[in-house]
Design a protein around this ligand. Structure first.
Ligand code: HEM
Length: 430
């Protein structure tokens, strides 16, 4: 039995620094049953070894139908797939064999080569966004940089025409601000996005050339796969586009936000990175972004899992129907796995962090996330070399959501600099 009192979870204080509470849980109650703010009871898994086991355990289903919660409570719990929206039948809410089939299809369209081809566009977006505030000497990096960068990048990759991308920006903004609640503006935004995606898929199918051209967009690739008898329904294609947008958007916002914040509050590490970038080296940037993901990553808790039969994690028996939440942020600071886990070390070598998950649901977009994270941070530090926080860290507010960890705003100041050469962002993005 634990000796010191259990910390209070999910308060505002916890949201700004959950790591002491996670250290307590790892030590005293590594697999801990808790009541979430939504009222749902779930198991939190906090040790690295248990987290890895749970993420790969096929007895834990991603399908919310396995949740034991009484039917009348469903839809009120914040578990995404419980809402009957068609867009929710996506990779993170399904199990094999459907998961295997859909993941194979999208992997074909989302290749590392395609992501690499995208590097100049991500650079252009990063420069274009910085250009908009470079002369001002101050900015809110969340709203002016971290937020628009991934939304435009993913829209480009999916093949959403440039003139429609600001609509996506608005819908996504509504979702991020209101944390995925089931009613009101969020529901309206999801509905608009669904309608738009269905229409776009229809238009792209009508205009699809017989052979794929170079750099074919992702939605066209998915339609091609479904038209070649691989059984991708139109609904599944829309759900796939939606999950790519959704999984790839807020995560990247928070990688750039949390990562910049960690660098600004660890001046020695930041100076090291800046010196290595100035010398034209990329190695520290590569290990550094991985370390930022481990140290204070965007996905605090992995998404919902549900026991389909009795199982034991870390010595704790879990009953069928129980929800299990793997706390990636706790596992990635486990001293049993990482030397000096609370120290930010951008050159850390042995760094098999769980920031992108593990097992069959391992992040599909990891290559794109790495590209965006590395480009964003390198461009910021190079173009605004004296970037600094404009407020005391205690004044910063963190979003209180369950799954994601990220800042509401990140006010910075810097010596004003000139715009880079004019770049090709859509006119509305300038
Ligand atoms: C820094 C940015 C990102 C982080 C930290 C991140 C993290 C994660 C994590 C932890 C999971 C597994 C969740 C679980 O098992 O419960 C996941 C899955 C996924 N991610 Fe990412 N992600 C990032 C960016 C992206 C991007 C840019 C995309 C695509 C555009 C993307 C697409 C996906 C998809 C589709 C899945 C579901 C895969 C499956 O279920 O098979 N992610 N991500």
């Amino acid at each position: 039995m634990p000796h010191s009192p259990a910390p209070e979870l999910f308060t505002w204080e916890f949201a700004s620094d959950p790591y002491p509470a996670y250290a307590w849980l790892r030590e005293h109650a590594p697999v801990h049953r808790t009541r979430l703010p939504s009222g749902v009871e779930a198991w939190l898994v906090t040790r690295y070894a248990d987290a890895r086991q749970a993420l790969a355990d096929q007895r834990l289903s991603k399908n919310p139908a396995h949740h034991a919660e009484p039917a009348h409570a469903k839809g009120k719990t914040g578990i995404p797939g419980e809402r009957k929206a068609e867009l929710m039948t996506h990779l993170l809410n399904i199990d094999p064999p459907d998961h295997t089939r859909l993941r194979r299809l999208v992997s074909k369209a989302f290749t590392p080569r395609r992501v690499a081809e995208f590097a100049p566009r991500v650079q252009e977006l990063a420069d274009g966004l910085i250009d908009r505030f470079a002369g001002a000497g101050s900015a809110d990096l969340i709203h002016e940089f971290a937020f628009p960068l991934p939304i435009y990048a993913i829209c480009d990759m999916l093949g959403v025409p440039r003139e429609d991308q600001d609509d996506f920006r608005d819908w996504a903004g509504m979702m991020i601000r209101h944390g995925g609640g089931p009613r009101g503006g969020v529901a309206r935004s999801v509905k608009k996005m669904r309608g738009y995606l269905a229409d776009l898929i229809h238009r792209k199918r009508e205009a699809l050339p017989a052979e794929p051209g170079p750099g074919e967009d992702l939605i066209s690739g998915l339609i091609r796969a479904s038209d070649h008898g691989e059984h991708l329904t139109e609904n599944e294609a829309a759900a796939m586009a939606f999950i790519l947008l959704f999984a790839g958007f807020e995560t990247t916002v928070n990688l750039v936000g949390n990562g910049t914040y960690a660098l600004l509050t660890h001046p020695e590490q930041r100076a090291r990175l800046q010196a290595s970038l100035a010398a034209g080296e990329r190695a520290l940037l590569g290990t550094g972004v991985e370390e930022l993901l481990r140290f204070d990553g965007p996905v605090e808790l992995a998404t919902w899992r549900f026991a389909t039969r009795p199982l034991t994690i870390g010595g704790q028996d879990i009953a069928p129907g129980d929800p299990v939440l793997v706390v990636l942020a706790a596992a990635d600071r486990d001293p049993e796995r990482f030397a000096e886990p609370d120290t930010l070390d951008l050159a850390r070598r042995d760094n098999q962090h769980l920031g992108y998950g593990h097992g069959i649901h391992y992040c599909l977009g990891a290559p794109l996330a790495r590209l965006e994270g590395q480009t964003a941070l390198a461009t910021l530090l190079t173009r605004l070399p004296d970037l600094r926080l404009a407020v005391d860290p205690d004044e910063l507010r963190w979003r209180g959501g369950l799954i994601m960890r990220g800042l509401r705003t990140l006010p910075v100041s810097f010596t004003p600099v000139a715009r880079s050469a004019d770049i090709g962002t859509p006119s509305s993005q300038k």
